[in-house]
Design a protein around this ligand. Structure first.
Ligand code: DAH
Length: 339
């Protein structure tokens, strides 16, 4: 019996040592130490042995049992380590491989122009305000000296929600709202979306964008208007561009002027872009009409001011040489990625 135990110890330790993986090791544990394992059975059947052998076999059997237990535990640790290393190797990520790239978005060219204009005016001490796109007829027309039957309404037909409420046709109503709400001095710009009944073509869109501007204080004169607008146009288009003021008419300003910038393509010589004039129209402006001041609760004897309005699409088209206004609204990545 002692010899049998000796032999068992040799084979068992040898097999444990050679176990190639955790599964094989577990099978060996069951084979020797399991419920009906070889070592377990010897220990269980000690009672059948002659009394003299019992203590010897019992001692040797228990020794073998604990020896195998620790051998198996040790081997288990070793195999676990090997398995972990193998798994890590398999799951290794090559960080030097080219990855999948997410396309980074960018600001829409119209937003870029609005931001640029806003920066310039913030630098000049102007505030940025906003007004509603669904506007009262009173603010859109009436308070801007455009009464019901005025012919100027023809050029700005709109989408009416009711007789008195419409989608604003320009950002000028924000002038009136600001004058009603804030004390003089006023220095604001108001960028935003405007609406008109227009057929869509390369130059027209029923929805487009404007930036309104308003400056009111004591003793504001046409020189202030010129000074500010020349500065802004040059910042926007470049110091080398010429700026021209052309007499014009708007019901809410008197006198009124349209502002042109010299054509960059021909340098003022005249070409197809500027319709052979050498100039490109970029905004409307003027001294706020005394009636408009009055209607908004200001005293034209005490304060004066100037206003202007420019089309954002128009500025972007001229700045970037875009030939069709529809490009702005199509969300074609090939177009948008250029800015
Ligand atoms: N609201 C005018 C338009 O949409 C543009 C304009 C002209 C605005 C003169 C002004 C201004 O503030 O003074 O055609």
């Amino acid at each position: 019996m002692e010899e049998k135990l000796q032999l068992l110890e040799e084979t068992a330790t040898c097999e444990v040592e050679k176990a190639a993986d955790l599964e094989e090791l577990e099978n060996l544990r069951v084979k020797y130490l399991g419920k009906s394992g070889e070592v377990t059975e010897i220990l269980q059947n000690i009672g059948d042995l002659p009394p003299k052998q019992r203590p010897v076999v019992g001692k040797l059997g228990n020794k073998l049992k604990s020896k195998l237990e620790s051998a198996i535990a040790e081997k288990k640790d070793e195999l676990k380590k090997v398995a972990k290393e193998k798994r890590l190797k398999e799951e290794e990520i090559d960080v030097t491989l080219a990855g999948k790239r997410d396309d980074l978005g960018s600001k829409h060219p119209l937003t870029q122009v609005i931001d640029e204009i806003s920066e310039i005016f913030l630098g000049l001490g102007f505030r940025i305000v906003e007004g509603p796109e669904v506007e009262k007829d009173y603010y859109n027309f009436e308070a801007l000296n455009i009464p019901k039957a005025h012919p100027a309404r023809d050029m700005q037909d709109s989408f009416y929600i009711s007789e008195d409420i419409l989608l604003r046709t320009h950002t000028s109503p924000v002038q009136v709202r600001t004058m009603e709400e804030t004390d003089v001095p006023v220095r604001i710009i108001a960028p935003g979306r405007v609406y008109r009944v227009d057929e869509v073509d390369a130059n027209h869109s029923p929805v487009f964008h404007q930036v309104e501007g308003l400056m009111i204080d004591k003793n504001i004169s046409f020189s202030n208007l010129k000074g500010i607008l020349i500065k802004v146009v040059k910042e926007l288009f470049g110091e080398d561009r010429e700026v021209r003021f052309r007499p014009s008419y708007f019901p809410f300003t008197e006198p009124s002027a349209e502002v042109d910038v010299s054509c960059a393509l021909c340098g003022g010589e005249g070409c197809s872009t500027c319709s052979d004039t050498g100039w490109l129209e970029i905004l409307g402006s003027g001294m706020v009409h005394p009636r408009v001041l009055e209607m908004s609760g200001l005293d034209p004897q005490k304060v004066s001011g100037f206003a202007f309005g420019m089309g954002i699409e128009r500025i972007a088209i001229l700045k970037y040489g875009i030939t069709d206004i529809r490009r702005f609204y199509e969300n074609d990545m090939r177009f948008l990625q250029q800015f």
